[in-house]
Design a protein around this ligand. Structure first.
Ligand code: ACO
Length: 171
């Protein structure tokens, strides 16, 4: 595993609760996305979710830098297998500033993905717990997400409730 100190991280790792790292144990490392995580299988993990064609290292870094420049907005976390230095799971919370609710903040959970080989071992739950805590510490008054019907039981286990409907128009 590459130590945090040698990585260009998307956000301050102290925002990730140490209790969740303890629950994961010493073989898995939970940290913010790093600017060179393309080489640790980030796209392989994302591909369990949807089409995720890999970017060149240069394009990956440019995208990373663009997200990082939006201060206190993009929080992408990864779970890395320490022995292989490969990403096993990933997820994001995007913090949106509103005018309503006294310029309140809403967290949007997106792109939760756990490598097929390690699904069912609570990695998804730990990712959601960590993202929720990041949102809470940042001051979000709620956290929302869209999911397919088959994932509703997973999110209910994570403490979410069904509300509203999603609409979409592809461009
Ligand atoms: N149906 C019913 N229960 C489920 C399901 C499911 N599809 N998935 C997980 N659970 C339950 C587990 O049994 C467990 O329950 P328990 O506490 O009683 O044992 C609990 O939810 C936690 O499950 P985890 O082990 O943490 O789940 P996992 O690590 O496999 O992650 C995830 C779940 C993220 C859905 C994973 O299966 C995955 O990557 N799927 C493919 C990609 C995907 O669909 N991502 C979500 C897209 S929605 C979004 O990104 C906002």
């Amino acid at each position: 595993m590459t130590p945090n100190s040698q990585l260009d991280l998307l956000f301050d790792p102290s925002l990730i609760p140490s209790t969740i790292q303890e629950q994961l144990g010493p073989d898995l490392h939970l940290r913010p996305l790093a600017s060179d995580d393309h080489k640790r299988g980030h796209f392989d993990v994302l591909s369990v979710l949807t089409a995720a064609p890999s970017l060149s290292p240069k394009a990956y870094k440019e995208n990373f830098d663009e997200l990082k420049a939006c201060a206190q907005t993009y929080f992408i976390i990864v779970i890395v297998d320490v022995a292989s230095d490969k990403i096993m799971g990933s997820g994001s919370v995007i913090v949106e500033r509103k005018f309503l609710r006294a310029a309140g903040l809403v967290g949007h959970i997106e792109d939760i993905a756990v490598s097929k080989a390690v699904q069912g071992k609570k990695l998804g739950l730990r990712i959601i717990n960590a993202l929720e805590e990041i949102g809470r510490v940042r001051g979000c008054y709620k956290i929302i997400l869209d999911c397919s019907e088959k994932n509703i039981p997973f999110y209910e286990k994570c403490g979410f409730k069904h509300k509203e409907f999603e609409m979409v128009r592809y461009m």
